[in-house]
Design a protein around this ligand. Structure first.
Ligand code: HEM
Length: 511
């Protein structure tokens, strides 16, 4: 008995010493790294990070601590959030080589995503070859090659907005999926039931869910991944299996279809076909890269663009003056004899400003995309340890009142000078920094311009009315996932007038 007691006492002393030791080490480290907000021993800030709009809380902490960088602790794990444009630019752009990495997230590892999805991939040869291929397809001097596809794919979307405007969100989703699938695979979605059309959305949701309660434990304590599947609480294995299958489908199904059509000589132009036709594609390894890159185009392009178009529709419904001003500009250029095209961009600065303002107003990735430091670094006298997980607070940067006065208001004119010309703006908070900046940004901006200009040329947006004729208010809010978008809302979408009705009815024949 006494022996058992003394073993127990010894164990308690040992655990207490280890705990104290790690606590003291953390205390010492905390004095050197960016400040944290009331981090408790062991759990850190885990209980005070809200599920809703955490970026707003991080920004409030940064203001309270008067620090551009803050440390957030959860169960001994350190994350640094960069809260200012200046610090983000300095670290992620100017010192890009040190922050080009992404951390390995155990739950995504288990699901097989880390080594195949460009945006989640650690720095290394595979990532470099993905970037090389993607850059060749999407660099600014090449993207004009997609114009005709972008302009063709918008037409069925406009027709659907006309016939069933109340289902606008579904139509936007269908449009952005169709465009991404057409560009990546030359695949034309048959109808809204087509399984391929929702695959990218399901996959992005799965990535977001990698932080669901069961998964968080694995992310925080990676050794839990060794628990057997039957073990209570090891439900993350089931999740991992499902999302692994989802990833395989995403990579293989549309790709195999293109190969089959190519063999029959029937494949439409697409990135996959172009890459497979290159003479240097020799090995299964090369083919694997093409599979991954093509699925990335679909994965990265569909939901981000969906989110931005939904934001624009919300902004239009709330801002009749912005609509009016855009229409004057568009009508002057088209004389209402045709739809605006991507070649009109330079003469439609207000529409371009609308796109920028939508991306600023509700940022699609409010905390950017996760990064990690390769070596230790110092910023403003504070240490950023090697291997630290890092986020940039895109929401805080795009809502800085010193740069964007009245930041919650939707005001496209903030991007125009007194002569109505676009002013230079740093879009990096929205599209990313340095070597990891978004590969598809020029393509995405073209899609958004095309959508904004065509919708405004034809439709009038406003608040919906209830059965008693009262306006239904629109609450401006956004979802709290990795890719955030406006929460659901109702609005009225009607053709502007008889000319617009005529144009919509004959849209197939419009130039
Ligand atoms: C409005 C739409 C879009 C927004 C706001 C957006 C934003 C972003 C952001 C913030 C990142 C992370 C950059 C970083 O870590 O510095 C990113 C990465 C990426 N984006 Fe986009 N994106 C959009 C559309 C697209 C499209 C249409 C494509 C299609 C080609 C695309 C392809 C990628 C890829 C491949 C990466 C990974 C880059 C890497 O990790 O090296 N994106 N995007």
């Amino acid at each position: 008995m006494n022996e058992t007691l003394s073993i127990l006492t010894l164990c308690t002393i040992l655990i207490a010493t280890l705990f104290l030791d790690s606590y003291q080490k953390r205390r010492r480290l905390q004095a050197l790294i960016p400040p944290s907000h009331n981090a408790l021993p062991f759990i850190g800030n885990a209980l005070s990070i809200p599920a809703l709009s955490p970026w707003k809380t991080f920004h409030a902490w940064s203001k309270e601590l008067d620090s551009e960088l803050i440390s957030v602790w959860a169960f001994g794990q350190l994350t640094i959030i960069i809260d200012s444009a200046k610090a983000t630019r300095e670290l992620l752009s100017h010192r890009s080589a040190n922050y080009v990495d992404r951390p390995r997230i155990p739950m995504l590892d288990l699901s097989g995503w880390t080594d195949t999805v460009t945006s989640l991939m650690p720095y290394g040869d595979t990532w470099r070859s993905h970037r090389r291929i993607l850059h060749r397809q999407f660099n600014i001097s090449i993207v004009s090659g997609f114009k005709s596809t972008q302009e063709a794919q918008i037409k069925p979307f406009l027709t659907k907005l006309y016939t069933t405007p109340e289902e606008f969100a579904r139509h936007v989703q269908h449009f952005t999926s169709s465009l991404a699938l057409m560009v990546a695979y030359g695949y034309q979605i048959a109808d809204e039931e087509d399984e391929l059309s929702t695959m990218a959305f399901e996959a992005v949701e799965a990535i977001s869910k990698a932080t669901f309660p069961g998964a968080v434990a694995v992310n925080t304590f990676p050794s839990l991944r060794n628990l057997p599947e039957w073990f209570p609480g090891a439900g993350f294995h089931t999740y991992a299996k499902t999302s692994r299958k989802m990833l395989e489908d995403l990579r293989n199904r549309p790709f195999d279809m293109v190969k089959e059509l190519m063999a029959q000589g029937k494949a439409l132009p697409s990135i996959t076909r172009t890459l497979l036709e290159e003479p240097n594609i020799l090995s299964p390894h090369d083919e694997e890269r093409i599979r991954e890159v093509a699925s990335m185009v679909y994965l990265a392009g569909a939901e981000t663009t969906f989110s931005a178009i939904k934001t624009m529709i919300m902004a239009f419904a709330l801002n009749p003056e912005a609509q009016r001003r855009a229409r004057v500009e568009i009508d002057t250029v088209t004389a209402r004899e045709r739809l605006p095209t991507l070649d009109d961009q330079d003469v439609l600065p207000y529409v371009q400003a609308i796109v920028r303002e939508a991306l600023r107003w509700i940022p699609i990735l409010p905390l950017g995309v996760i990064r990690s430091s390769i070596s230790g670094d110092i910023y403003n006298g504070k240490i950023i340890p090697a291997g630290t997980t890092i986020f940039w607070n895109a929401w805080a940067i795009t809502h800085d009142p010193d740069v964007y006065p009245d930041p919650d208001a939707f005001r496209p004119e903030r991007f125009l000078d007194a002569d109505g010309h676009l002013v230079p703006d740093d879009e990096k908070a929205v599209f990313g920094y340095g070597r990891r900046e978004c590969v598809g940004m020029h393509f995405a901006k073209n899609t958004l311009f095309n959508a904004a200009a065509s919708m405004l040329a034809l439709f009038e947006f406003g608040k919906a009315k209830d059965d008693d004729g009262n306006e239904i208010e629109i609450t401006v809010g956004c979802t709290d996932a990795l890719v955030s978008h406006p929460t659901d809302f109702k609005c009225s979408i009607r053709p502007r007038d008889e000319i617009a009705v005529q144009a919509l009815q004959g849209i197939g024949s419009l130039a």
